[in-house]
Design a protein around this ligand. Structure first.
Ligand code: ATP
Ligand code: AMO
Length: 467
């Protein structure tokens, strides 16, 4: 085959070299009958291709005309020679040009696209500058973007977001594998709720009532009962939430882990500490181009975190809120606003936007959570926050069938619906704990994006099943 060059790999060192590239025609600018520019894009990179009619280069005026007749986003192959521009280029990522020898259209896009990609890629600041200059630019709304996601995903920021997501997932696996965790796949078609509550999608399973797994919770614990000391899973999680918020999806990617605990459930917190510090470092060191690309459209401050993750008790958190004028209902959950405020207070006091809040009240945790030995009104549990929003829940689990049954009943769960789960704790079950992370939330909050739909490839929310 012929030798192809990636647009992102084109730099000054290639000056004078013949290259063959393929990209989408992002912009087409006719200059005269004899000259035109075509900007080609491949993932996060763009390059300017220059067509000048000349017998020497074998470029005819027909070819220039053909280039200017291309529809935007058509797929184009260009053979040409790399050259250095006379002035620095503002409109492309690559600081070289291609002097076109041959140009082929591989597949045309329809002439009128539902989204103008240049508008879709603009930052809010650009819109504001244009407005002040009296220029009319059209903002592309969230619904339009999601309706035509196959186009919207082409913006450099979106290309970067899903590369970051892939790196978070990859680092999650890599780190846990290095800590002797075993990757598992638990069933998603299950017989009942795993987290309690009504937020389950119900379906028929060969005539029996069934549902989509709300989490791998019961099965990751049963894997521990099955003799795996440490397990992790990356897989879909289904929540029939009727939550039309910026941070709830009906289907998201769960990063789950479960492990034997030898002495204290802080062993689980230590894994989270090592894991997330490794993820943040990896992103900052190895995904610079992606982070800069996101920053150009959605500016954000780098995440502040400590080398050793801060841990605060729920009571300490409540006290900080109280001193700042926010009262929480006794032994109650933090609402979204209180979480945000606590995030700000912790940042001011401790200089970190990533912390663990532990020892939550029993009343606000799921039935399988281990109560504290010294005070059963509290639990060996925790949530983890980035920029004042929850990304992780976790806990030590109850490992005795008697207490598990008692807690299930107290929480209004019909123990017969989880009989096989409870039974697995009668065969000899080690103390254990674990945690669950929402992948989309990690990416959203690391990059301070304002909506979880931006970090879900084809989001499923209460209103959206298509595309
Ligand atoms: P988890 O389900 O793990 O507890 P979560 O982030 O999904 O985590 P919820 O428990 O669903 O959070 O809710 C936590 C807080 O988020 C609630 O106390 C509530 O204030 C807020 N919240 C949840 N759903 C909504 C909603 N639809 N509208 C506004 N706030 C909501
Ligand atoms: P929880 O219900 O808190 O815990 O979920 C764990 C993490 O998943 C993410 N998350 C969501 N992300 C997007 N849309 C949603 N609707 C949504 N709901 C939750 C959050 C949350 O922190 N079994 C326990 C975990 C455990 O204890 O191991 C569980 O499912 O980031």
């Amino acid at each position: 085959g012929r030798s192809w060059t990636g647009i992102g790999d084109l730099d000054e060192s290639a000056e004078g070299r013949p290259v063959l590239i393929r990209g989408a025609a992002q912009a087409i600018r006719p200059v005269s009958k004899k000259m035109a520019f075509v900007v080609l894009r491949q993932s996060m990179s763009t390059v300017q291709c220059v067509l000048v009619a000349s017998a020497d280069a074998g470029v005819s005026t027909q070819m220039v005309r053909f280039a200017t007749s291309l529809s935007k986003e058509s797929i184009v192959d260009v053979e040409g020679v790399v050259s250095l521009p006379k002035e620095p280029l503002k409109a492309t990522t690559q600081q070289v040009e291609i002097q076109v020898r041959k140009l082929y259209c591989i597949n045309r896009a329809i002439p009128t696209l539902p989204i103008n990609l240049e508008d879709a890629a603009r930052s809010e600041a650009e819109f504001e500058r244009a407005e002040q200059a009296g220029e009319k630019l059209v903002r592309v709304g969230q619904d339009t973007r999601l309706n035509y996601r196959a186009i919207d995903l082409r913006t450099p920021a979106n290309q970067a977001i899903f590369r970051i997501q892939c790196q978070v997932e990859n680092k999650f696996r890599e780190f846990l594998l290095s800590m002797n965790f075993v990757g598992i796949h638990s069933p998603k078609l299950i017989s009942g709720s795993s987290e309690g509550g009504a937020a389950v999608f119900k379906l028929q399973y060969n005539g029996q009532p069934a549902c989509l797994a709300q989490s791998p919770q019961l099965y990751k614990q049963m894997s521990i009962c099955g003799g795996f000391e440490r397990v992790f899973e990356v897989g879909p999680v289904f929540r029939a939430e009727n939550s039309n918020t910026h941070r709830h999806l009906c289907e998201f990617v769960g990063l789950d882990a479960e492990m034997e605990i030898k002495e204290h459930y802080f062993e689980v917190c230590d894994i989270i500490d090592g894991l997330f510090v490794a993820i943040f470092k990896h992103l900052n060191e190895n995904c610079k181009k992606e982070l800069e690309t996101i920053n150009r459209q959605y500016p954000f401050e780098p995440l502040k975190y400590l080398e050793k993750t801060l841990k605060l008790t729920y009571d300490e958190g409540i006290q900080m809120l109280k001193e700042a004028g926010t009262e929480i209902e006794p032994m109650g959950d933090l609402n979204t606003e209180a979480e945000k405020k606590l995030g700000r207070l912790v940042k001011e006091k401790y200089g970190t936007e990533f912390f663990i809040l532990y020892r939550y009240p029993l009343a606000v945790r799921p039935f399988y959570t281990m109560p504290c030995y010294d005070n059963p009104a509290y639990t060996n549990s925790f949530d983890v926050f980035i920029r004042g929003e929850e990304i992780i829940s976790g806990a030590q689990r109850i490992h005795t069938p008697e207490l598990l049954t008692k807690r299930a009943i107290e929480c209004g769960i019909d123990a017969s619906t989880i009989a096989s789960y409870i039974e697995s704790f009668t065969y000899g079950a080690p103390p254990h704990g674990g945690f669950g992370v929402g992948l989309e939330r990690v990416v959203m909050l690391f990059c301070a994006l304002n909506n979880i739909r931006k970090t879900s490839l084809f989001p499923r929310d209460p209103q959206r099943l298509v595309p």
